[in-house]
Design a protein around this ligand. Structure first.
Ligand code: NAP
Length: 298
């Protein structure tokens, strides 16, 4: 068990801080993990491939000299594995100052997880909902602490299809993805309200259009469009990760919660994302689907 000091303020450098980053094996998550390690944090990177995890850690350790970078393996499409991940983390670390819910995916056709959930909804929304909820006790005891969820500009194209939440009736890849990114915002705003005054903040980030692997499992049309956009307007994973890293580390955002950021500025998200009834409805559905209501008797 690693014991950490409680720090009153977020230092410029993250020495003594413990950060957990999901989806750390590629793209924005890998860049975030490396930047936090460079600032001296203990970083727990998570991903579903132990081999990619080991490569990531050895590369970051070599480049940054930080030996406090670790890897925990979990497929976030499985709620059982999300539970195991939270347990594995809490078995080894007794504090968590920054949780970055970053892992994300998109599929051209409807995939169903081992739990019977549509996979984009499960990985992009249910997994961060469950992981954050399970880690809340340690976030609360490590205050000031921060939750950062990677959303997307795409949320603006979405509304919540309550009667087709998991593409049961029809499935369009872009709609499933955009809805999951709107769900990220509904979750963050409700979480921030529930955590008011606790010392744990919750914010969402839009990394912009970033040259990464996302969409590369999609159909040829989406792949082609993404490749063209990448070529002409996407930024590097390091640039895309910048606002999330800033949210994780900067004293400028100490105590700031329930906001949506892009390019280091708080901006308004879509009108649908501020619908409090929708935030609460999604929260209750997510509790039911992840079994949290049973566990906590909520
Ligand atoms: N790229 C963009 O233009 C853009 C724009 C807006 C928002 N975003 C958001 O940014 C976040 C990161 O995406 P990215 O662009 O960096 O994409 P990426 O390069 O494809 O990275 C996605 C990460 O998520 C992990 N992941 C996917 N499914 C998983 C699962 N079932 N269990 C565990 N980990 C899983 C991947 O692990 P593997 O290595 O195992 O595949 C990878 O580490 C996502 O939430 C995405 O929605 C991206």
């Amino acid at each position: 068990m690693t014991t950490c000091n409680k720090l009153g303020t977020v230092p410029r450098m993250l020495q003594g801080r413990v950060c957990l980053v999901t989806g750390a094996t590629r793209g924005i998550g890998a860049a975030t993990t490396e930047a936090l390690a460079r600032m001296g944090a203990t970083v727990i990177a998570t991903g579903r491939s132990a081999e990619r995890g080991q490569d990531l850690i050895s590369g970051i350790t070599r480049r940054t000299g930080n030996t406090g970078v670790h890897f925990l393996c979990a497929d976030l499409a499985s709620m059982t594995e999300v539970h195991s991940l939270a347990r594995a983390f809490m078995d080894r670390w007794d504090c968590l100052h920054v949780l970055v819910d970053n892992a994300g995916t998109v599929f051209p056709t409807r995939h169903v997880t081992v739990d019977g959930y549509e996979e984009v909804f499960a990985v992009n929304h249910l997994a961060p909902f469950l992981l954050t909820s399970l880690l809340l006790p340690v976030l609360r005891s490590s205050t000031p602490s921060r939750v950062i969820v990677t959303s997307s500009y795409e949320h603006r194209r979405a509304s919540m299809h309550w009667d087709n939440l998991q593409g049961e009736r029809f499935y369009f890849s872009q709609q499933a993805y955009a809805q999951s990114k709107l769900a990220n915002l509904l979750f963050v705003y409700e979480l921030a309200r529930r955590l008011e005054g606790s010392g744990v903040t919750a914010n969402a980030v839009n990394p912009g259009l970033v040259h990464t692997n996302i969409c590369m499992d999609s159909g040829w049309l989406i792949r082609t469009v993404k490749r063209m956009m990448d070529r002409f307007s996407a930024v590097s994973p390091e640039e895309g990760a910048d606002t999330g890293i800033w949210l994780a580390s900067s004293p400028d955002v100490e105590g700031v919660s329930g906001r949506y950021f892009q390019r280091r500025s708080a901006v308004r998200s879509s009108r649908a994302s501020y619908d409090v009834a929708a935030q609460q409805r999604l929260w209750h559905i997510s509790e039911e689907l992840t079994g949290l209501s049973e566990r906590f008797g909520a």
